[in-house]
Structure formats: structure tokens, C-alpha cells
Design a protein around this ligand. Structure first.
Ligand SMILES: [Zn+2]
Length: 171
């Protein structure tokens, strides 16, 4: 899943947005789309306020890829002063020459394995549990408990304590 998706994805149960993104393992960056096109997408997303600064601030990275982690930290700093109801024009002005950097990270970097966690109902949804990079946003009755257990067991040691406490396997 590209980082960008976090801007639009909501909890399928309680509809809360944004969801907290926990990156367990980075995937391959996608360089198939031209930078100019992605920049257009980004500016369009900003105008429509699809880009959510609060989503970006909630990203937690567990993977130890230093370079990518530094990029996420920089992304957070760039969006730091903006809240949900931002003014697109002043945001564009502020990020200026960092636009290219933001586009590169948000639209090309992929999460191979991760979690999306709802801050309200505390439900968690795996990314890459069945297919690398694909988030599974299933309602409780369609969740596969055994698969959930296996997924969590695989990553449990790496999860932040706060997250460990909230993880339920009995949906
Ligand atoms: Zn929820």
C-alpha cells in the first residue's frame, strides 16, 4: 500500500478517519509513474483537502530502514503546522521546493507489511497478511481469527507497547 492511501482510508466499522498507520516492513518503491503526473495528483489532492496532515503525524515506523525512516520524519515536520482544516494555498506555498520530496515519499513508497489501527474503536487491520502491501479492511464476522493470530505472532516483538495492549484477536 502506498502511503498516500492512508489519507483516504477510514475504519469500516465506526467510519473514523484517519487511522493510525504502523509500518512493519517497507516494500519496493514504485517508480512507474512520471514525477510530473504524481505532482499533479498531489496538487489536486491538496486542493480537495484529501491530503490529511493528521494522518501523516500518526505514522509509526517499526522497520529499521534508516533512510526511509528519516524521510517519514521529514514528512511529519513539513506537515507539522497543518491541521485537518488547512488552507491548500498556504500549504503549497510553505512546502515550496519540498513538493518533489513529498510526492516521491507519499506516492511511491510502499508499505509491505503493517497495521492500520482505529483510534476510536481500537480495531486493527492488517496490511500484507495475505498479499504483500494489501490492507484487509474486513468487518468482524469476516475476519479470519487464525490468520490474525499468525500475523500478530510474527510481528509481536516489534510492536510498540501501547499497540500490544490494544490488540484483540477475538473479533
Ligand atoms: Zn473504528
Amino acid at each position: 500500500m502506498r502511503l498516500w492511501l492512508q489519507n483516504i482510508i477510514a475504519c469500516p466499522i465506526c467510519k473514523t478517519h484517519p487511522l493510525q498507520l504502523v509500518v512493519l516492513k517497507w516494500g519496493e518503491a514504485d517508480s512507474s509513474i512520471e514525477a510530473d503526473k504524481l505532482t499533479k495528483f498531489f496538487l489536486n489532492d491538496l486542493e480537495k483537502k484529501i491530503i490529511s496532515p493528521t494522518s501523516i503525524q500518526s505514522i509509526i515506523v517499526v522497520d529499521d530502514d534508516k533512510l526511509l525512516n528519516q524521510k517519514i520524519e521529514k514528512l511529519k515536520v513539513l506537515f507539522n503546522e497543518f491541521k485537518i482544516d488547512y488552507d491548500p494555498d498556504s500549504l503549497i506555498k510553505k512546502i515550496g521546493s519540498d513538493t518533489e520530496f513529498i510526492v516521491d515519499v507519499m506516492y511511491r513508497v510502499n508499505v509491505k507489511n503493517g497495521l492500520l489501527k482505529c483510534p476510536k474503536c481500537k480495531r486493527w487491520f492488517p496490511i500484507g497478511s495475505s498479499i504483500d502491501g494489501i490492507p484487509e479492511m474486513l468487518p468482524d464476522n469476516l475476519r479470519d481469527k487464525i490468520k490474525d493470530e499468525k500475523f500478530i505472532a510474527l510481528w509481536l516483538d516489534k510492536l510498540p507497547d501501547e499497540l500490544k495492549r490494544d490488540i484483540r484477536l477475538d473479533y
